[in-house]
Write a protein that binds this ligand. Structure first.
Ligand code: NAI
Length: 744
């Protein structure tokens, strides 16, 4: 043998049913190449009746006579623990399991007895399970294992008179598929063979001349290679016989979206698409796991909803990440057409509300300044993103799409986004990084307008959990880097409470992942309820910066970069803390209720900081002190006022609340019902004098809001001080209970 020969020195191999036929050949071949072999055989007849130790003993003797190492085991594979124990007792470990033992009880289907069915399943499927389960923890402990399941062409394709056997044999393929997924992180591989060979099982089913050609020795080389540490195959199926070896894969047609644009889906829709459903011209071989098919369906549905054209098909993924093939790959370009309705729907989705008059220009098409929010620039770009997983991209295969996370986002605008039109989007895989625990895929998207001028550049960073370790680089010069937030106190801060239906609204802008609306789907992902889209929180945060530092002037926006850290649940308050460094506004967003940071390392680059914006920011800085509990109440009041604008309009008053902590002013809040209706931290803006000023301890304000302290008591005990037009406050007191439980 040469040094490049495949050796098994130090490896312990268990071959079940090794007293004859194929199993014997495997045992001899492994031993000849240095392995210690457990020769298991019950020694019954081919129908599974009787038992004898002589079959296993003879093979052990043969191996030993040639100088090899082997021990016998006479248990049935149904006693998997005992079979594996023989390996541990004699050789101290177990590295390789060949599930080979088998019997036949052929009958035409109607004549299969319960016993015929059960015995076949007990030996083939249950026996393979029992033996493999007994070996599994030892393999896991050693971080190494190679397992073979023995299936059959009868299982893969069906065979007359073998319904019991076919069912059990295909069951073993299913078992292997899942073990391959569960074992991969421990370097445990599981593959399946479907052999054809001359043995006592086949002697009466094959013509004698063919029987002679199918020497059982011709199967062992395949099994040995599959079990060698150098073989990377995992979860694969191979047919072999007479020296021929071929891999077998499931075949999936391109498929067809049968659902109609109206949402109708009937048996007739299926019939009418039958040709396409069954057309294998562009067939592929899915191998990404069961989640791959679910993800594919979601992908198809997403594209369907986005384009609303119907009949869209996509391709599944198959096996392995390879940056050398993937980087530079261009996906199918996509045209994205949108109308002013899409722009307005998006603005509503990211929290722009008519209660704030300066947002009308994002919400009302007749407004003279009507324009798109800059963050809308991610929407056209995401239209073809799923292609990364559905277009069979070389070097990006075998990805479990249920395990992808949106890691980071960069958006740069080269001109303000039109309020309607068609953008041509080009998608390029910019880089693929190996982060150990996962793969990071950088996707560059360039969006061009009808004049072929570049409007937007996006970089989506997608993290694929569990797909790392392919030996790629960890860093990239292509990535748009995040920037850490400074340690100093923020220069400005803005917060807004998302609505309970924020995700339900935002998804209509194109991300239809059920994770954001379906509680049972969210539960599968480990979330207590549907979560807000990362890009929705992103939209809130960009709007906060734009309002604070650019006076909502979209022409001032240049670029934004964010890292998504944690999800926001609809109904929570997003607080964006901002630090100005020249024209770069660094920011971080958190959930006000929990303090959890949800967006980090983020910045917006502006062409220029608006004077008014900077002034306001400075003003906010002055007034934004430490957080007080009452912030929560004002956030709630703000929400309620926005929901009932007609009620509040009548008051026409400006209310200033001084919130004290231990008698010292800790925060100020303004409820301004004169200029529209707004609630914000700090004194009334623009030098406006408050009509009423109310001073109260933080805890007392909470107690009042919760109905635990009566306003009369608070007033008579001088726990609340009121200055100005008390009558206005009385009116507000009447109004607020309608809006909120507070009596103040
Ligand atoms: P074989 O009958 O020569 O070998 C099977 C061995 O398994 C026998 O030595 C038998 O005593 C042993 N065995 C049966 N029940 C057992 C149990 N409960 N516990 C432990 N050992 C048990 O048959 P052959 O052809 O070598 O088959 C090996 C495997 O290959 C079987 O799983 C069979 O279904 C499969 N196969 C064989 C094909 C062929 O063309 N020979 C075709 C497709 C699959």
């Amino acid at each position: 043998m040469s040094s490049s020969d495949l050796r098994f020195n130090g490896r312990v191999v268990l071959v079940t049913g090794a007293g004859g036929g194929l199993g014997r050949e495997y045992a001899l071949a492994f031993a000849a190449r240095g392995a210690s072999v457990v020769v298991n055989d019950l020694g019954g007849d081919r129908k599974g009746d009787g038992k004898s130790s002589s079959a296993a003993d003879k093979v052990v003797e043969e191996i030993r006579a040639k100088g090899g190492k082997a021990v016998a085991n006479y248990n049935s594979v149904e006693d998997g623990d005992k079979v594996v124990q023989t390996a541990l007792d004699n050789f101290g470990r177990i590295d390789i399991v060949i599930n080979n033992a088998g019997i036949l009880r052929d009958r035409s289907f109607a004549r299969i007895s319960d016993l015929d069915w059960d015995l076949i399943h007990r030996v083939h499927l249950r026996g393979s399970f029992m033996v493999t389960r007994a070996a599994w923890p030892h393999m896991k402990k050693n971080s190494y294992g190679r397992i073979i399941m023995t299936s059959s062409a009868a299982g893969l394709y069906g065979n007359f008179g073998q319904a019991n056997y076919s069912a059990a044999k295909l069951g073993m393929v299913g078992l292997s598929n899942t073990l391959a997924k569960e074992g991969v992180k421990y370097d445990i591989h599981c593959n399946t063979i479907a052999p054809i060979a001359a043995s006592r099982l086949t002697e009466d089913v094959m013509p004698p001349d063919i029987f002679k050609m199918l020497n059982p020795e011709y199967i062992a080389p395949v099994v040995l290679y599959l079990c060698h540490e150098s073989c990377e195959s995992n979860g694969d199926v191979f047919e072999c016989g007479a020296g021929w070896v071929a891999q077998v894969k499931l075949h999936q047609s391109e498929g067809a979206m049968c659902m109609q644009r109206t949402g109708e889906f009937t048996p007739e829709n299926v019939r009418d698409n039958w040709e396409k459903i069954t057309d294998f011209t562009n067939a592929t071989h899915p191998s990404g796991g069961a989640g791959g098919s679910t993800a594919k369906m979601i992908g198809v549905l997403t594209e369907f909803n986005e384009s609303n054209k119907g009949g869209i098909t996509t391709r599944p993924t198959a096996g392995g990440i390879d940056p050398t093939q993937a980087v530079g790959y261009k996906l199918q370009p996509k045209q994205f057409s949108y109308t002013r309705n899409d722009v307005i729907l998006y603005a509503l989705g990211v929290g722009a509300a008519t209660s704030q008059p300066d947002y009308l220009k994002f919400l009302f098409e007749m407004n003279e300044d009507f324009c798109s929010l800059p963050s809308f620039g991610v929407i056209p770009a995401q239209s073809g993103l799923m292609g990364m997983f559905t277009e069979n991209v070389p070097g990006l295969q075998g990805i479990d799409v249920t395990r992808i996370l949106h890691g980071e986002q960069y958006l740069e605008l080269f001109k303000p986004l039109p309020t309607s039109g068609t953008l041509h989007n080009e998608f390029t895989i910019a880089d693929v990084l190996d982060k150990g625990s996962g793969a990071l895929i950088l996707m560059d998207v360039h969006s061009y307008d009808e004049n072929k001028e570049l409007v937007a550049y996006n970089q989506f960073s997608t993290f694929v959990v569990g797909s790392g370790g392919f030996g790629g680089k960890r860093a990239s010069d292509k990535i748009k880097a995040t920037v850490k937030a400074p340690k100093r106190a923020p220069n400005a801060s803005m917060k807004e409470t998302t609505s309970a239906d924020q995700a339900a609204l935002y998804r209509l802008s194109g991300d239809y992942n059920p994770l954001h609306i379906d509680p049972s789907f969210a539960a599968m992902g480990g979330f207590s309820k549907p979560i807000l889209h990362g890009l929705c929180s992103f939209g809130f945060a960009v709007r906060h910066v734009l309002k604070t530092y650019a006076n909502n002037d979209v022409t001032k926006f240049k670029a934004v970069k964010v890292r998504f850290v944690k999800p926001v649940y609809p109904g929570q308050t997003i607080q964006t803390d901002m630090w100005q460094e020249g024209n770069r506004i660094l920011f971080q967003s958190k959930v006000a209720e929990t303090g959890d940071v949800v967006i980090s390392g983020a910045y917006v680059d502006l062409h220029a900081v608006s004077k008014a914006g900077a002034g306001e920011a400075a003003e906010e800085q002055q007034s934004s002190g430490p957080e007080v509990q009452s912030d929560m109440i004002f956030a709630e009041i703000e929400k309620r006022i926005a929901e009932f604008p007609d009620m509040t309009k009548k008051l026409k008053g400006v209310f200033l609340y001084n919130i004290n902590v231990k008698k010292k002013l800790a925060a100020q809040w303004t409820i301004d019902l004169k200029k529209g209706a707004s609630v914000y931290r700090g004194e009334p803006k623009g030098g406006v004098k408050p009509d009423v000023t109310l001073t109260v301890e933080d805890e007392d304000f909470i107690a009042l809001a919760m109905g635990q302290l009566r306003p009369e008591t608070a007033y008579s005990e001088r726990r609340v001080k009121i200055k100005g037009r008390v009558i206005l406050l009385t009116k507000l007191m009447h109004l607020l209970p309608v809006l909120y439980r507070s009596k103040l």
